[in-house]
Design a protein around this ligand. Structure first.
Ligand code: ADP
Ligand code: MG
Length: 225
């Protein structure tokens, strides 16, 4: 495998992002510690106890969400650049997202042409898991998640589309901005991670969205086969 097309340092995205994860997770941990300390007080009403426990528990969920946005597939050894079978990896992600889609009454449709690109398979999976999770979360009343890949000359275009809530123009402009989230307990970090990973793999991102209709993310990579 030749590494000439891509700088290895450029691929160390997740390792770099892993450094900021410790920073991100420290905030909820500090809050949890504080409320656990409060729980040690004597003469606490049971109402107060429940309130503190509930805050600690929601901060714990937040810490978990942040870790999932960054490190679902991470392993403690260096990222290798390899040949990635796009179709096979998307198929695997559809299985992973299956139970979550089912819970949201979301149907998954796929039309996949196999293509090979260069990059790191785990970071590729993280990038597309975050996109798929957002698509499912955009359809709280159910809908269809469609995953398509189309081969063009020297490129493969991966499309992730949903029939969900869609976005306004100003929301669309803020995609990939750290901490931008319209969700009650969103991290606003998932897309930032996806965008960084895709850009490091020389991918291009296009988004079309309309409110109440749905959203499509199209990601184009140079192929390696
Ligand atoms: P989070 O999912 O934690 O909110 P993300 O970085 O993954 O953070 O996404 C940021 C925001 O982008 C979301 O809160 C949402 O407003 C918007 N967004 C992303 N994907 C979609 C989508 N498929 N449909 C509608 N809005 C989306
Ligand atoms: Mg997200």
């Amino acid at each position: 495998v030749k590494h000439t097309l891509m700088k290895i340092e450029k691929m160390e995205v997740l390792s770099q992002l892993a450094a900021s994860i410790s920073h991100e997770v420290k905030n909820p941990l500090t809050v949890i510690k504080g409320f656990l300390r409060l729980l040690h007080q004597e003469h606490l009403s049971s109402e107060k106890k429940l309130e503190y426990l509930s805050i600690a528990s929601s901060e714990l969920n937040r810490a978990e969400d942040i870790i999932n946005d960054y490190l679902t597939f991470a392993k403690p050894y260096p990222e290798v650049i390899e040949e990635i079978s796009v179709g096979a990896h998307l198929q695997k992600l559809m299985e992973i997202i299956g139970p979550m889609s089912h819970q949201h009454s979301v149907k998954i449709e796929a039309g996949i042409e196999e293509a090979v690109i260069k990059g790191n398979a785990r970071t590729f999976q993280q990038a597309f898991l975050n996109l798929m999770k957002n698509a499912v979360e955009a359809m709280p009343k159910g809908g269809t998640l469609t995953i398509r890949t189309v081969r063009e000359r020297g490129h493969v275009c991966i499309s992730i589309s949903d029939t969900g809530v869609g976005m306004t123009k100003s929301q669309k402009r803020r995609l990939g901005e750290p901490y931008f989230s319209t969700k009650e307990s969103g991290t606003g970090l998932g897309l930032l991670i996806s965008y960084r990973i895709i850009e490091a793999m020389n991918g291009k991102i296009g988004v079309t969205s309309s409110v109440g209709q749905g959203t499509e993310f199209r990601i184009t990579f140079p192929t390696a086969d």
